[in-house]
Design a protein around this ligand. Sequence first.
Ligand code: KG4
Ligand code: ZN
Length: 340
Amino acid sequence: MLVLGIETSCDECSAAVVEDGRRILSNVVATQIYYHKPYDGVVPEIASRKHTEWIVPVVRSALSKAGVQAADLGGVAVTGRPGLLGSLLVGLSYAKGLSYSLGIPLISVDHIKAHLYAPLLEYELDYPYLGLLVSGGHTVICVVEGFDTVEVLGTTIDDACGEAFDKVAKHYQLGYPGGVVIDRLSKEGNPRAYRFPQPSLHKGDHRFDVSYSGLKTAVINQIDQFWDGASEKSPENIAASFQKAAIDMITSRLRKALSDTGIKALAAGGGVAANSYLRSELFRIGEEMGIEPAIPSMPLCTDNGAMIAGLGYHYLQRGDRDGLDAVASARVPVFNRKYL
Ligand code: KG4
Ligand code: ZN
C-alpha cells in the first residue's frame, strides 16, 4: 500500500510517499529556516503561513518524485500532535481534504511515535528496542514495544535537549539553528575547557530522567565558575564543553537503561540525533554492548513526512481510521503517563 505522509508540526513542510511502511519512494522537506533565522527561533505565525503557501507544491513534488498519481494512494497519514497548533492545522486540514476528495482513508499520528519509528525505515529492528527521542520539543528514553506501544522510562523534567542547544546558541549569538551551529563549532573546540555539572537525579523511578535547566544556567549565567583556568574563552570551547555535558547526560541514562532492561537493541530519532558527538557516542555504546545502534540518516532524524507515512501505514493496516472531525493537539501528556 502506498501511503502519503504529511508533516507540518513545526517549521519543516514535508510530504513523502512510502510503500508498505518501509520503502521510501520520495521524501520532500521544504525547510523554513531562512524565514525564522532573523528571530533566532521559530515564529509560529510565520510557520503556519509558510505551510499554507507550500503544502500544495510540496505534496505535488512528493507524488511526482515518487512517480505516482494521487489515485494510486491507499491512504494519507498526517501529524496530528504534538506541535504548533496553527502549523498542525494546515497539514491536518489539507490531509482531510485529500482523503475526502480521493475517497481514501485518513490517519492522524503522533509525532513522537513517528520519530521513534523512523529508524525502521533504514534498519531491520525487532521489537522491543530501547528508543531515544531527542528533539527541540522532546527528550524521551523509552522501550518501544510496538509501533503504537511506547513505555516511557525517562524524560526531561524541564527543557528539551534541543531546546537547551537552541537557548545557549541564542544567548551567545552563535547562529541559527542553534543545535547545528553548536555541533559545527564544537569540532574546533576543547570539550574540557569548561567542566559543567551534571544533575544528580539517579534515584528510583526517576533514574532515567534528565534536566537541562541547571546546565543552561551554568553555561549562560555562571560560566566562569566552570572554566578550567587555562583554555581560551572562545565560542568553540563553550560550544564543545556544553555539547559534551548535554549529550553525556543522555548517554549515561541510556547505558543504565540498556543494562537495567536487558534490551539488546538501540534506536534514536529526532533533530538532536543528527548531532555528531551523540552519534559517535551511540556507536561507542553499540560497541560496548555488541549491538548495532539504529541511527537514521540526517533527513530522517529531523522532521520529515516519511516517518509519518511509515508509521501511518501500520495504523491503516490495523483498520484504524480518522474522520473529518479529527482534531489537532499542541501537546501530549508525556510527563504524566507511563505509556505514550
Ligand atoms: O526533530 P526536530 O527537527 O524538530 C522537533 O520536533 O523539535 O528537532 C529540532 C531540534 C532543534 O532544537 C535543533 O537545534 C536540534 O534539533 N538539532 C541539533 C542538530 N541538528 C538539529 N542539535 C544538536 N546537534 C545537531 N547537529
Ligand atoms: Zn520532530
